[in-house]
Each structure stands twice: as structure tokens, then as C-alpha cells.
Ligand binder design. Sequence first.
Ligand code: GDP
Length: 364
Amino acid sequence: MLRLGIVGLPNVGKSTLFNALTAAKAEAANYPFCTVEPNVGMVEVPDPRLDKLAEIVLPKRTVPAVVQFVDIAGLVKGASQGEGLGNKFLQNIRETDAIVHVIRCFADDDVTHVMGQPDPARDKEIIELELALSDLATVEKRLDKVKRAAKAADKEALAELPALEAANAALSEGKPLWRAGLSADFLEKLGGMQLLTAKPVLYAANVTDEELSGEEGTYLKALREAVAGEHAEVVPFSAKIESELSELPADERAEFLASLGIESAGLDRLIRAGYSLLGLDTYFTAGEQEVRAWTIHKGDTAPKAAAVIHTDFEKGFIRAETASFADFVSLGGWKGAKEKGAVRSEGKEYVVQDGDVLLFRFNV
Ligand code: GDP
């Protein structure tokens, strides 16, 4: 499952987005291993392929993949100020796969901006400094420990020390690690600390509805300029419309969007950008009980894909009956696909492809 950590200045639309996520909530009972906490929003990943599969298999239930949005804004602030945070909170932050930085790109005199007027480049820097300070606190603690171990000629500590010192130098200047030019080797050595500024980032620009349908405004343009050269994606969305949408029944949403002349309020684009940023793919299981989408990393082998369902599936993996999405649909499901020889029996080395329909055979 993809976990996105949300950061941003106050009054940029984070809570509005969260409330929308909570209102549109995914059926929690289907995801027993997911955290349900006030700062965690869970949203279903829209995927028309899942509906196609359900039309064919007619399962008891259809379960989309979910993305978790974790509000880490307040938590980060506390962390950099050295306030004691609960372990569970810290765990939530650390477990996020990427950072979504929400930037206010709308003007509204009724909504106070903490710095007066929005200024995407400056606003972005303020949050980056906050994140860098939070990471600095973590790195300093670790550095202390590793320095002592290195003095005692501990080999691992000696290997880790230069990476920590480089990170410490960058963070002390308020520079996030994603712009510190650290080598892949250094970044790998820092990996265990799950530093926030070492995670991939994408920018969610909270824009006006006019901008979603028409020309981009000055704030959004300013943000694009500030981000140029970072290889990071800017995803325009509207927290306000997202929140209005979440109050409508599902079958009225398309019409509402059409009335505004837009295709989407942007949450789905944000999710897609997250998948692409992290190199994620989807595979499906399709049985009479349940048709379901599962999230994996590009390049994952069949046993790794099985582990997403249950770790026992990976341990006891024998093989995966595999059909491509296109074959499964055009041949009318497992039976038809088998008859036409379109079901392959794949082994441990098989690299699962996006859209594969899989049935695992395993020992318990
Ligand atoms: P947070 O502090 O980042 O969580 O920001 P909130 O979600 O609480 O939003 C702050 C204020 O901005 C609220 O009054 C929202 O109704 C308003 N707001 C949020 N998104 C938008 C938007 O897209 N357009 C406008 N005009 N107001 C918004």
C-alpha cells in the first residue's frame, strides 16, 4: 500500500483535503492491517479495470487498492522542536513512502495566509526548512552514537560515519537531502533512519476551480518555476472541490464536475503521480468471493507480489496462475482464458506485469 505523508503551511487546505478523504472513506473492514487514526486518511485508488473484472466474475465484493494519506504537518513541527512525540505517531511518519507538499496557489481574502499573501517559492522553503530541522534532530542523535562506536573502531560505524556527516552538513544549512547531491551509496547508508527529506516528494498545488478548467494562474506558475530543476512533479488539485465532491453520492459526482467544466478535482491525479513517482504497479486477484487490486513495485517477482496479500503466501509460494488483464477480459474470465491457453503457470522468477490477474498456489 502506498502511504503519502502530507506537509504544508497552515491554511493551505490540508484539513479540507483530509476531511474529503475521510468522508469518501474506503470500507475499513476490508483493510484490517491499515492504521485508522485521526491523522490518517484512506482513499480508494480509482481503477476502471477493477470494474471490468467485477462485471465478468460477479464476485461478492470488489476491493480497490487503497492509499493512505498521513497528516504529518503538526508532527514534524513538534519533532524539530524536540517535543516528545508518541512512538505510534513517529512510526506513522517514518512509514510514509513519499511526501506530498501541499502549496497554496489560491488567493482568498477570507482565508488568512500565515505569511500575509501566498508566495509559493517562499512557502515551499519554509516547510523545507522545517523538514530539514526535523531530519537534523534525527541525524544528530545518530551521529553521536556512531561517532562513539567509530572511535572504538567499529567497522559498520566507520562506514556509516561519512554519510552521516554529509547529511549533517547539508541539513545544518537547512538544505533538504533531496537537493543535497548525496551519492546513492550515502543515501543507502542513511536509509534506515527514514529521513523525511530523503523521501521522494511531489507538490500538490491547491488551485482555484477556474485553473483546473482553464489557464494556470500566477501562483501556480510561480510554483512551477520554483520546482524547475528538481525533477519533481507539480499536481494541481482543488481541496475545496474535493471536499464538495465527497459530500455527493458517487453517481452525481461526474455531473458536478462537468458543470464546472473539469474532468477531475485532482485527487486521482495525485494518486497516479504517487504511483508513478514510486514506480508502483497493480495486479489483480479475481475469485468468486472477491475481486481485488493489489499494489506492488515495478519489477517485483511473483512471490513478492504474493507477500502483499500475506507473508505466508510468499514463504509457501509454489506458482502463480497468470493471465493478462486483456486476455482475462476478452476471454470471459479464468475458464475461457484456460480453454484458449491464455493462462500461464509462472514460477518464482516471474516478474509480475501491471494488470496481471493472478491466482497463487502455495503450501501452508
Ligand atoms: P490547513 O491548515 O492546511 O489544514 O488548511 P484548511 O484545510 O483548514 O483550510 C484553511 C481554509 O482555507 C479553510 O477555511 C478552507 O475552507 C479554505 N480552503 C481550503 N482549500 C481551499 C480552496 O481550494 N479554495 C479556497 N478559496 N479556500 C480553500
